[in-house]
Design a protein around this ligand. Structure first.
Ligand code: AMP
Ligand code: ZN
Ligand code: ZN
Length: 398
């Protein structure tokens, strides 16, 4: 009897083991951001892994939303809403409803406060409500309890977490049993942006960072293949990068006494609030033609920027001619290397887009980055919320 039972067990094991190995895994959708990966970096011949994904799938150029900065664009990509509508109108912002504080991506106290993020709902929350599990290996907003919800798996942003570890974390998530395995994951790399700022877009350092990130994406693809995990991989960047230098500087102090203004943001664009009682003087000094810079009241920005209706947008927005830098007094950062934040029509602000196994093929051309959101939702099988996107990428699949 015992022998019969053990025989039965043995044969059960024999039949169930291969079945387990061949478990039909549902495809995971992985959204990867390579911060500051300008669209044309893909043509440098140093990205074997990304180029293979593009050749087997699709590539294009993402037009960032204005301002062409990190936080507004990462949030646009996962909400389908431009900064005016997603609430993250800058890396730095003020809100008249919360006087005396400044949102800044480097200040966790404000950056992690849902107040700033609650104007939109990112993909991982909507997916979660539909029973689709998400996991974020960094993404701006993912560590914030937006509408009181975080992704089931998330990590506090720490640039010191190595890239191999980030990739292994995603692979570990995919090794989990099906019921706690994510169907949507994000992954984020900042080194290409960092090297672009410090050394400029045409530097050897940028190329080294590109090669490194490309190799880690190769590791991810190989790791997924080794476990038989099908994946729909969307690789994006938030904006491009443009060379700047000290010879191309616009000094606001030459136009207005600095105590009259609050410079919420400076650099490729400047966000300026008049200090109390100085409105007329500030308007007179700034709202006129300047060399290498255009200033507008936020209500009068060109319609194509879709920017200025949110009360978090500063009263006056000045946009530098590409390559120029707007300063308010002595620079707080070295004016060299590279920068972004310019008009989103600047071709050098265009960002990477590669889609693998996403039902897209060939070159999809220039696409507004808000269009990534409906594509993601389609891939994870969840109805998207109303957004600013027209569904261009979803239609391109059919
Ligand atoms: P930017 O100033 O627009 O170039 O922003 C890029 C910087 O954003 C990178 O150097 C990152 O260190 C930083 N960053 C990216 N994600 C996060 C995050 N979740 N929290 C705080 N900082 C972040
Ligand atoms: Zn960025
Ligand atoms: Zn940057």
């Amino acid at each position: 009897m015992i022998r019969f039972a053990s025989l039965l067990l043995f044969s059960l094991l024999l039949t169930s083991a291969p079945a387990q190995a061949q478990e039909a895994r549902k495809p995971v959708t992985i959204l990867i951001s390579i911060d500051g990966f300008r669209a044309d970096y893909l043509d440098r011949g140093i990205t074997p892994n990304l180029s293979r994904l593009a050749a087997e799938g699709a590539r294009g150029k993402l037009r960032p939303s204005f301002p062409t900065k990190t936080f507004p664009n990462h949030y646009a990509i996962v909400t389908g809403k431009r900064p005016d509508n997603n609430g993250i109108t800058g890396n730095n912002m003020l809100d008249p409803r919360r006087p005396g504080v400044k949102f800044s991506l480097g200040d966790p106290k404000q950056a992690l406060d849902p107040f700033w993020w609650d104007e939109a709902e990112p993909a991982w929350i909507t997916a979660g409500k539909a029973g689709v599990r998400s996991a974020t290996m960094f993404w701006p907003g993912s560590e914030v309890a937006i509408h009181e919800v975080r992704p089931p798996d998330w990590l506090r942003y720490d640039e010191h977490v190595g890239y191999a570890q980030r990739v292994n974390t995603v692979l570990d998530w995919m090794r989990r049993p099906a019921d706690i395995r994510p169907a949507f994951a994000t992954l984020y790399f900042e080194a290409v942006d960092g090297a672009g700022h410090e050394f400029g877009p045409d530097s050897a350092e940028v190329n080294a960072a590109i090669s490194n990130v490309d190799a880690r994406i190769g590791d991810l693809v190989a790791g997924l293949a080794a476990m038989g995990q099908p994946a729909q991989i969307i690789v994006v960047a938030d904006h491009g990068m443009r060379a700047i230098d000290e010879s191309r500087v616009i000094q606001l102090a030459d136009m207005i006494d600095l105590p009259s203004i609050i410079a919420v943001e400076t650099g490729p664009y400047a966000a300026i609030e008049p200090a109390a009682g100085t409105d007329d003087r500030v308007a007179k000094a700034l709202l006129k033609p300047h060399d290498h810079m255009t200033c507008n009241r936020r209500e009068e920005l060109p319609e194509r920027l879709h920017y200025g209706r949110n009360p978090r947008v500063a009263a006056i927005i000045c946009i530098a001619e590409p390559g120029w830098s707007i300063l308010a007094g002595p620079p707080t950062w070295p004016v060299k290397g590279g920068a972004h934040g310019y008009d989103n029509q600047d071709p050098q602000m265009l960002a990477l887009f590669v889609a693998s196994n996403a039902g897209l093929s060939g070159d999809v051309g220039i696409i507004d980055n808000i269009e990534v959101y409906p594509l993601l939702m389609e891939l994870v099988g969840v109805a998207p919320l109303p957004s600013d996107a027209a569904g261009v990428l979803v239609k391109a699949r059919r």
